[in-house]
Design a protein around this ligand. Structure first.
Ligand SMILES: O=C(CO)[C@@H](O)[C@H](O)COP(=O)(O)O
Ligand SMILES: [Fe+2]
Length: 218
């Protein structure tokens, strides 16, 4: 079986003691660190911004997987690049000129991901799948951690895997929202490559063990 990547989502960390949580992530088997940026417009919540993330980026030893839940995300390509981000994910629903935004992210030297809300069909990616490094499927409505996984995501993973295979594309499939040790084996079986996990990691009694279990989901 292929290796499952795990990206803990900092949104569920203890913001009063971010340094200690980041050290635990650094010492864990986590592959990436997932950073959720919200603007209170595209989603009904505000998380953290670039002044905070500057310090997070300095402390993190994991590649940064940045998930922008904001309108006009292309305006912040330089800021995301300045963090040293490995991957910049923008929402399909926030980008009327998605092809241009994907090119701009790549020109800035980052990998480019496109994110779909739960109600957006996978078929909308037919004409961009060859250009993206990753598709991030939201398995909850974006804006908050700790929500319940939407089971329709399994069907979307399978549809996306079929599209990637048919088009001979190389995009990774990342799943974000309500991911835990119970559904991780099913997500892997359905075709996911990367699991984002917030509350199931940061609220676990042993963060390192929770990450280990997600990575080894069978
Ligand atoms: O993008 C988001 C939420 O909008 C996520 O990355 C959450 O942070 C995942 O948290 P859990 O659902 O795993 O608690
Ligand atoms: Fe996210």
């Amino acid at each position: 079986m292929k290796d499952m990547k795990v990206a803990p989502s900092l949104l569920s960390a203890n913001f009063a003691d971010l340094k200690s949580d980041l050290e635990k992530i650094n010492q864990s088997e986590a592959d990436w660190l997932h950073l959720d940026i919200m603007d209170g417009v595209f989603v009904p919540n505000i998380s953290f911004g670039f002044p905070v993330l500057k310090y997070v980026a300095e402390l993190s030893q994991k590649p940064l997987d940045v998930h922008l839940m904001i309108v006009q995300p292309e305006k912040f390509i330089p800021e995301v690049k300045a963090l040293g981000a490995m991957m910049m994910n923008v929402h399909y629903e926030a980008c009327p000129h998605l092809h241009r935004v994907i090119q701009q992210i790549k020109e800035a030297g980052m990998k480019a991901g496109v994110t779909l809300n739960p109600a957006t069909p996978v078929a909308m990616l037919e004409d961009i799948i060859m250009d993206v490094d990753m598709v991030l499927l939201m398995s909850v409505n974006p804006g908050f951690g700790g929500q319940k996984f939407i089971p329709n995501t399994f069907k979307k993973i399978a549809q996306l895997r079929e599209m990637i295979t048919r088009c001979q594309a190389s995009a990774l499939i990342e799943v974000d929202g309500g991911v835990n040790v119970q559904n991780a084996p099913l997500l892997k079986k359905a075709g996911a490559d990367v699991l984002v996990a917030g509350s199931s990691v940061f609220r676990a009694p042993d963060m390192g063990e929770a990450i280990h279990q997600l990575k080894n989901a069978e």
